[in-house]
Design a protein around this ligand. Structure first.
Ligand code: HEM
Ligand code: HEM
Length: 194
């Protein structure tokens, strides 16, 4: 029975973490957007990184629904396991909703949303649409909700690692845990001795 998320799930988790950090920094530092703003500079970067997040999240959701995650640690109390599942579900919802709302808003401004390399994504709302325009505010608001969820999630990961001292954190780390290394090392030594 595997004890860690598989390589694809771990790669997507950490790649998306880096993209989200970049996307918040861009969202906070790019110029204010008005009716006649053109999507240049940091705004263009926000759209390109955003398009990349859309595609990475689509792959991630597809991978998640077709692959079982490793079982939680045996001794995890039921309320904690319910809380963790609920937070993960809300994280997924926000990770899909925030980019899609930004994309709808960009389309309503007549802006092209494209991946690095120029592959364009279709427009999600008509240019000039007032619905698309108002989704810009919802996008900004939900970005704060996403940030709060991320804060709770990171606090929970550190709580597992340093207070409960269980294996939850190791399930998602990009490298095997030190204890696993030691075990592998011991096995290699035993094999050498035998
Ligand atoms: C999880 C991914 C994303 C995060 C965390 C994020 C975050 C942000 C933040 C913090 C702002 C500034 C809000 C403000 O100060 O008012 C913003 C604005 C904006 N973002 Fe995003 N964004 C994401 C994805 C996207 C995507 C995929 C697109 C489009 C393809 C996009 C397009 C926009 C636009 C057009 C605005 C300006 C909205 C307005 O002022 O009406 N964002 N975003
Ligand atoms: C942008 C920041 C982050 C986002 C959006 C995010 C999102 C997620 C999501 C959606 C899951 C659920 C995976 C699944 O079951 O399919 C997850 C799992 C996990 N994440 Fe994050 N994560 C972030 C940052 C971090 C950081 C900084 C850490 C470590 C300190 C971390 C540690 C973990 C761990 C250990 C799991 C597995 C939890 C378990 O096995 O129950 N994450 N993350």
């Amino acid at each position: 029975m595997p004890t860690r998320y598989d390589g694809v799930a771990r790669t997507l988790h950490w790649a998306i973490v880096m993209l989200i950090v970049a996307q918040f920094l861009l969202g906070w530092t790019m110029p204010d957007i008005h009716r006649n703003t053109t999507p240049d500079g940091l705004i263009a970067w926000h759209l390109t990184v955003g398009a990349t997040i859309v595609v990475a999240m689509a792959l991630r959701v597809l991978w998640r629904v077709t692959h079982r995650p490793p079982p939680p640690p045996d001794d995890l109390p039921v309320p904690l396991s319910v809380l963790s599942r609920a937070t993960h579900l809300l994280l997924y919802a926000a990770l899909v909703a925030v980019p899609v709302l930004g994309w709808i808003n960009a389309s309503s401004r007549g802006w092209k949303v494209a991946l690095p390399g120029g592959v364009g994504l279709p427009a999600l709302s008509a240019s000039g649409s007032s619905f698309g325009h108002s989704m810009g505010d919802v996008h900004s608001l939900l970005a704060w909700v996403l940030l709060v969820l991320i804060g709770l999630h990171v606090a929970a990961a550190l709580f597992h690692r340093f207070v409960l001292r269980d294996r939850t954190m190791q399930r998602m780390l990009p490298w095997p845990a030190a204890a696993d290394d030691a075990r592998v090392g011991r096995r290699a030594n035993d094999a050498g001795r035998g």
